[in-house]
Design a protein around this ligand. Structure first.
Ligand code: SAH
Length: 345
């Protein structure tokens, strides 16, 4: 059954118009779903009972069901959810000093095949609908309601490539960003792509206020092609051109994500090459400690080398941050919990 979370506000107005309803009804419905966060159509007391009956026949509200929850010592929580077709997905809640962040999944499995990533162990089976992504946030928000907390930030960095499911991901963002809904500010929503250039171009033309992050992980084409198959479709030149157009055209700062992989991409020479690539752009590099995935041959760069890599970037005119580890005593790497359950890890 389709979830009612699938509808952006304009789509909700259109859908309700099909039942002869005026447009203010969509806002009322949004209010019940996202402000009051009810889970039963019967509870929406200012909407006509006959309409609610019809909606109930066609739609469910919560599209995800929790199967498992792992909580790390630092309270990072990882959820394994089941969708209505029996597929399973992962969602992560992180507690930062600047608020609560949720990392959402956008596809069942992933086809990008990055060699270091556990998500790709299970090939893409399908895209999630907008509402199935919204559901991940709503489930966790309901848990947080019990302790009077809210989801402050959303990162689209779970399993899946958001620009390989462009329309649904952008609809998801519109729903959670809506003033009539959860009202999560656009600047508190970050979309991360492995570098799907047509998606970046489309995103640039949309002039959205959401943050854009790029999974770079290598400073040259040869190494990037080894690590990330997407680099065979779009060269680093093509990628950087698209990003410059986006960043300059939209006056937005970019984030480059760079996982440090021991003896693979973490030498001084790599740092200099990376600095040459990014210097002068309105951007910074987020250095990410690698979460090891069983026996895939990649290892975590130690802290000393990571700090040194950071120093080389800074000394060569590129701003960087060194991300701290979260939840590494649970199956925190993208796709790990799910892969283990399916018997792959
Ligand atoms: N497909 C998108 C979003 C999902 S991946 C993208 O590639 O950006 C989110 C981030 O986690 C990416 O930067 C990805 O490269 C990184 N990642 C994947 N596996 C990881 C691991 N085992 N340890 C640390 N980061 C990982």
């Amino acid at each position: 059954m389709q979830t009612i979370y699938d509808f952006t506000l304009p789509e909700m107005e259109e859908m309700l118009a099909g039942y002869g309803q005026k447009s203010y009804r969509a806002k009322q419905l949004y209010n019940w779903l996202y402000r009051k966060r009810v889970q039963r159509f019967e509870d929406m007391s200012d909407l006509p009972a006959a309409l609610l009956e019809k909606l109930k026949e066609r739609f469910c509200i919560m599209p995800v069901k929790p199967l498992e929850k792992q909580v790390a010592k630092d309270l990072t929580a990882k959820y394994l959810f089941e969708l209505q077709d029996g597929s399973t997905i992962e969602t992560v809640l992180m507690h930062f000093s600047f608020g609560k962040s949720v990392c959402v999944t956008t596809q069942v499995g992933c086809s990008m095949g990055c060699r270091f990533c556990a998500s790709g162990l299970l090939k893409k089976q399908r895209d999630l609908t907008a509402g199935e992504i919204v559901g991940q946030i709503m489930y966790i928000q309901q848990e947080l309601d019990a302790v009077n907390e809210r989801v402050d930030n959303v990162v689209v960095m779970g399993t899946g490539e958001p620009f390989d499911n462009y329309d649904n991901v952008l609809d998801f963002c519109a729903v959670i960003n809506s003033d009539h809904g959860l009202a999560i500010g656009a600047r508190h929503i970050t979309i991360s792509t492995c570098g799907v250039v047509p998606g970046i171009n489309r995103f640039a033309e949309g002039h959205y206020q959401y943050n854009l992050a790029i999974s770079l992980h290598a400073p040259n084409d040869a190494l990037r092609k080894e690590l990330m198959p997407i680099a065979r479709a779009y060269s680093l030149d093509q990628l950087m051109d698209a990003l410059k157009r986006y960043s300059e055209g939209n006056h937005r700062r970019l984030t480059f994500e760079y996982i440090l992989l021991k003896n693979v991409n973490d030498s001084d020479a790599h740092a200099m090459e990376l600095a040459d690539l990014i210097r002068g752009m309105n951007a910074y590099v987020n250095l990410i400690p690698y979460n090891e995935v069983n026996e895939n041959g990649f290892h975590t760069t130690d802290e000393r080398r990571s700090l040194h890599f950071y120093d080389v970037l800074m000394k060569n005119g590129v701003k960087a941050t060194l991300r701290s580890r979260h939840g590494d005593d649970i199956d925190a790497a993208c796709g790990q919990l799910r892969a283990r359950r399916e018997g792959i890890l």
